[in-house]
Design a protein around this ligand. Structure first.
Ligand code: NCD
Length: 308
């Protein structure tokens, strides 16, 4: 396959296995580029990309912007808190006004699930979902799988446990779709109250005992409690959460084998993961960040080649 089966990246749910492989092969090439002394290619000199962020972001926003600049695209940034959205403008009007300035691609983060899907039906530009509420975060899942592939050689057949706030995490849902599509075995682990009721319908199993989950897995992806999305209290206290679902060095060292630790960031040190684990040689957290740029370059490059 030489091109993606989709014109937008709205979620992993809409991708095929071959799309993921194509993105990974393209990212391999860009990873080599960003490790050169001149970290730039002229591929997208004729493309203009708008990054529009209606929700806070550090890594994802910087990573997309860097990826776009390394492809030589023209980039404009827009953050909702400083915009006319606050004056009552609708999403479609905001985006159509941006597009009137001849923008080819929109990378959007939005608090509402499905915001990117909605936009893709109403505006003429390629849309990349950079996180839509508690729904999907496709580039994060792609860079997570890419990092597993890099560390363990393959994703297929690997045992991956996703630990934490599964209910409110777009990283969890996109990872489940991506890992299943590539033939990994997936377990989810966390408080019952933060477990979606029908999660097993996605082909994953629930394990409430963290030690058992860790002893089973090759990779543990530790997630943050999405405090900004919690309207009520889902567990008695942070301290109790950490006791049951936090990973510390003592727990890791007591396992039967050495597992790989991942985290999408931002880390809450001492809550879901202790510093000695986050900074240990078992952790590939910073590799994930590095791979994020190559993956986003690949996604943007492949989508842009469908516009031309
Ligand atoms: C994640 C997100 O925004 O969903 N972070 C990220 O993109 N690196 C995870 C999180 O916020 O916990």
């Amino acid at each position: 396959m030489s091109e993606l089966s989709v014109n937008h990246l709205l979620g992993i749910k809409y991708l095929k296995e071959q799309d993921i492989q194509l993105i990974f092969e393209t990212a391999d090439h860009f990873k080599e580029v960003i490790n050169r002394s001149i970290k730039k290619v002229p591929s997208l000199r004729d493309i203009t990309i708008a990054n529009i962020f209606f929700e806070n972001s550090t890594r994802t926003k910087l990573s997309f912007e860097l990826a776009e600049k390394r492809l030589s695209a023209d980039v404009i940034n827009f953050s909702a808190s400083q915009s006319s959205v606050k004056k009552g403008e609708t999403l479609i009007d905001t985006v159509n006004n941006i597009l009137a300035m001849k923008v080819d691609m929109v990378v959007m983060r939005h608090p509402n699930p499905g915001a990117g899907i909605f936009l893709s039906k109403h505006v003429k530009a390629s849309i990349v979902n950079a996180g839509d509420g508690a729904h999907e975060h496709p580039t994060q899942a792609l860079l997570d799988s890419y990092s597993i592939r890099e560390k363990l050689g393959d994703v297929s057949g690997k045992n991956v446990v996703i630990v934490g706030d599964i209910l409110h995490s777009r990283v969890a849902l996109s990872n489940i779709f991506a890992l299943k599509l590539q033939g990994a075995n997936v377990k989810v682990c966390g408080p019952k109250t933060l477990m979606p009721k029908y999660i097993e319908a996605l082909g994953v199993t629930v394990e409430s005992d963290l030690r058992k989950a860790l002893n089973w897995c090759d990779v543990a992806n530790m997630l943050r409690i999405q405090n900004e999305r919690l309207d009520i209290s889902y567990f008695p206290s942070t301290r109790e959460y950490t006791q049951q679902f936090g990973v510390n060095k003592k727990l890791l060292d007591s396992l039967d084998k050495e597992i790989v630790i991942m985290h999408p960031g931002p880390i809450n040190r001492g809550v879901e993961i202790t510093s000695d684990v986050a900074d240990s040689k078992q952790s590939i957290i910073l590799n994930q960040v590095e791979n994020g740029v190559a993956i986003r370059m690949a996604v943007i490059y492949l989508l842009a080649s469908k516009i031309k």
